[in-house]
Design a protein around this ligand. Structure first.
Ligand code: 4NP
Length: 159
């Protein structure tokens, strides 16, 4: 490990459902490996719809079920500077990644990728659970939990 601190940002549309769960799951894996001082995280939304709000209650509930407290997170909007402030910017779906790339210039060199591209198989996008039932949030957790474990393996390799 040679970088002092690696910064990882998770991005979805509203920053109240998927990316807060991804950040919570990732932090869980970071803590389990004792890497809290080496790896820092945040999350953001490509929209400003929910700025300042806590994660959706259904996201808070599924995280709590897995022993993770995400209630202190607050939604903020993704900005171009995030592409210099973070080493890894991880999008939940292709629309999020396209919006991120709209702001990307040659000078802004964060690595940008899809969350589920960390996994060799299965769907490529984390489905938006906002308008569905609680089972959609369980599905999001299981997807981001697996992908975050793989992402952390990759980051540790690349540091
Ligand atoms: P997220 O879910 O992008 O996973 O936070 C959504 C939350 C809110 C809305 C859409 C998606 N919305 O349209 O308000």
């Amino acid at each position: 490990m040679n970088k002092e601190v690696t910064r990882v940002l998770f991005v979805c549309l509203g920053n109240i459902c998927r990316s807060p769960l991804a950040e919570g799951a990732f932090q869980m894996h970071v803590k389990a490996r004792g890497l809290e001082t080496e790896i820092q995280t945040d999350s953001a939304g490509t929209s400003g719809y929910h700025v300042g709000e806590a994660p959706d209650k259904r996201s808070q509930a599924v995280a709590a079920k897995h022993g993770v407290d995400i209630s202190g997170q607050r939604s903020r909007q993704f900005i171009a500077e995030d592409l210099t402030d973070f080493h890894y910017v991880i999008a939940m779906d292709q629309a999020n990644l396209d919006d991120i790339h709209q702001l990307k210039t040659a000078a802004l060199h964060a690595s940008t990728s899809l969350m589920l591209s960390e996994l060799a198989e299965g769907p490529r996008e984390v489905p938006d659970p906002y308008y569905g039932g609680t089972q959609g949030f369980d599905l999001v957790w299981s997807m981001v939990d697996d992908a975050c474990a793989a992402l952390l393996d990759r980051i540790v390799r690349e540091r």
